[in-house]
Design a protein around this ligand. Sequence first.
Ligand code: SAM
Length: 211
Amino acid sequence: MRLRHIPGSEDAVFASPYVLASPEQHRGRFGAVFGNENPIEIEIGMGKGKFIMEQARRHPEVNFLGIERYPSVLLRAIKKQEQSRLPNLYFMCVDAKLLPEIFAQGEISRIYLNFSDPWPKDRHAKRRLTSPGFMEAYGSVLKKEGTVEFKTDNQGLFAYSLASIPEAGWRIQWYTKDLHHTDAAGDNVMTEYEEKFSSMGNPICKLIAGR
Ligand code: SAM
C-alpha cells in the first residue's frame, strides 16, 4: 500500500472513540467493549476499511475489530465510521504480531486476511501474514472451530500459503483460484485492493483454513 504521511494522523487516530487505544486492557473481556457477547471477527491489515465496514453493516449479530498498523491508513476508515457509527465495529492501530497479548485463547471466531503484503523475497518470508509464526499466533486467539479466510490476487503468495498453512498444522477446508467465478461470489464483499486488481483482469484467489 502506498503510504502518505498525514500530519497529526496519530493524534487523530488515538483520539477517536472508535479506536481502542490500549487494546490489551480488554483481553478476555472484549464483549464489554460491544455491550454484548456476540462472536468477534477481526480483519488484519484492513487498510481503508471498505471490507470490514460492509461486513459490519451486513452482520449486526457479529462484532468486528479492524486491525491496521499504520495510523495514516487507519484514519480513512475512522472518518467513514465516525459518519456511519456502526455499533458493532471498532479499530486498533497495532501490529498483528501482538495478537496473543491482546486477545485471550478462544476469544475470536474468525480472522480475515485480505490482500496481505506479499513480501516476495525469501528473507522476508516471516513477515507474510500466512507464515507459520503468524498462523501460530492466530491459533492462540481463535476458538477451536474458528477459521482464517484469506484472499489475494498474488499467485506467489497464494501458492506459498497453500503449503505454509498445512505445514503449520492447519487444514485447508476450501480454496479457489478464481473466486469471482464460483458460487461464493454472490456473498463476497470486495476490498479496495480486490476492486482494483479484479478490474485489471486478475483472478482472485481465496482459501479458508481451520484446525
Ligand atoms: N486489506 C486491504 C485491502 O484488501 O484493500 C488493504 C491491503 S494492503 C496491501 C495491506 C495492509 O495490511 C496495509 O494497510 C498494511 O499496513 C497492513 N499490514 C501489513 N502487515 C501488517 C501487520 N503485521 N499488522 C497490521 N497491519 C498490517
